[in-house]
Design a protein around this ligand. Structure first.
Ligand SMILES: Cc1ncc(COP(=O)(O)O)c(C=O)c1O
Length: 356
């Protein structure tokens, strides 16, 4: 899908045509069709967000399914909120053709915004930090004209606050700037309510347990609300990493992105959560490898974390009407960006070393 003229295309200077004899003048060109409105372009973009598959895994005692969100067009579950936030902002008139979208993200959300803003002809400036994976950085640099990389750590030793300060500065100095603010935007919740959970409702007659990795909380807030409407007895299990403070664990060093947070994100309070499972990162690594070598799924860190939580929780899962419970876990992204970490034995061995 491509609309022309794109603001990213080089501007060709207009020159007046040389004077010509009236009778030899060419017929005037048909006027160029006006660009569809931003709302219409975004509505058309919605057509590429197709339902994602769920696949069965052979695990004893469970009817276990993986929801493959990495089949989304840009490669992760974050395609859904990125699309929905832009669409709703356009519908409300908060963004227009002159808008520059500015967001702090070092991964899937930035990649989705980069692709979608490009497709509808908006500018996007991602604000990233040195911890970004090389795969994401290359993608963003090839997709966006401007990428801002902060280098200074904040007072917690991380980069989140520095990145957010940079977003504020850029928003103040850029005309028609728009900050999606994925940590607090209710449209992120609605995206998962309508799209992600909508898909699941269309695919399952019943569900007993659903395991969802948490970072900003948007996924679990939207999915839990819709799934509990459709399956009143379903139990929603939040999955987090040890060292993440979201569910009250003591803050600790974390190395695998996508799941966990060093702040308690406001969207989590909107989620309907029945239980929480905290997974140590070494278990995430083992689960990611098991997904690949035993089940043929090459999935990222939060998918492994969710699968590890299913395995831990299995003894506590009740049989449903005498048969194995139907269980779903979310595979939020693919393994590729984790090749140098989770899937690298040297890196993984360092994780097992205390004080690594
Ligand atoms: C790979 C991956 N899994 C899970 C999540 C968690 O989703 P949410 O931020 O909606 O809680 C994210 C969020 O960035 C992610 O990138």
């Amino acid at each position: 899908m491509h609309w022309s003229p794109s603001p990213l295309a080089p501007t060709i200077p207009r020159t007046d045509p040389p004077p010509v004899h009236r009778e030899r003048r060419r017929a005037p060109r048909a006027p160029r069709a006006p660009l569809p409105s931003l709302v219409a372009r975004l509505a058309q973009l919605g057509n590429i967000l197709r339902p994602t598959p769920h696949v069965p895994l052979a695990v004893e005692g469970l009817q276990l399914f993986a929801k493959l969100e990495y089949v989304n067009p840009v490669g992760s579950i974050k395609d859904r909120p990125a699309f929905w936030i832009l669409k709703r902002a356009a519908e409300r008139g908060e963004i227009c053709d002159e808008t520059t979208v500015i967001e702090s993200s070092s991964g899937n959300f930035a990649s989705a915004l980069a692709a979608f803003t490009r497709l509808v002809g908006l500018r996007f400036i991602p604000v990233i930090d040195p911890n970004i994976s090389a795969t994401y950085e290359s993608f963003l640099r090839r997709t966006c004209d401007t990428v801002v990389k902060v280098e200074e750590r904040d007072n917690t030793g991380g980069f989140l606050k520095t990145r957010l300060q940079m977003v504020q500065q850029l928003c103040a100095s850029t005309p028609h700037a728009y900050w999606p603010n994925q940590y607090a935007n209710p449209d992120a919740v609605d995206a998962h309510y309508h799209l992600t959970a909508g898909d699941i409702c269309a695919g399952f007659d019943s569900l007993d347990y659903v395991f969802i990795g948490v970072s900003t909380g948007g996924t679990i807030a939207g999915m839990s609300r819709r799934l509990k409407e459709r399956y009143p007895k379903v139990r929603i299990i939040a999955v987090d990493t040890e060292g993440s403070v979201i569910f009250g664990d003591a803050p600790g060093k974390r190395h695998i992105p996508g799941v966990g947070s060093s702040i308690v994100p406001p969207l989590v309070s909107e989620a309907l959560i029945d239980d929480v499972v905290l997974i140590p990162e070494r278990e995430t690594v083992a689960a990611c490898r098991e997904l690949l070598v035993t089940h043929g799924l090459f999935a990222g860190g939060s998918s492994g974390t969710a699968f590890a939580a299913v395995k831990r929780y299995t003894p506590r899962m009740a049989r449903s009407k005498g048969s194995a419970p139907t269980v779903l876990f979310v595979c939020a992204d693919r393994g590729t960006p984790y090749l140098d970490t989770v899937f690298d034995p040297t890196w993984a061995n360092r994780l097992l070393t205390p004080d690594s």
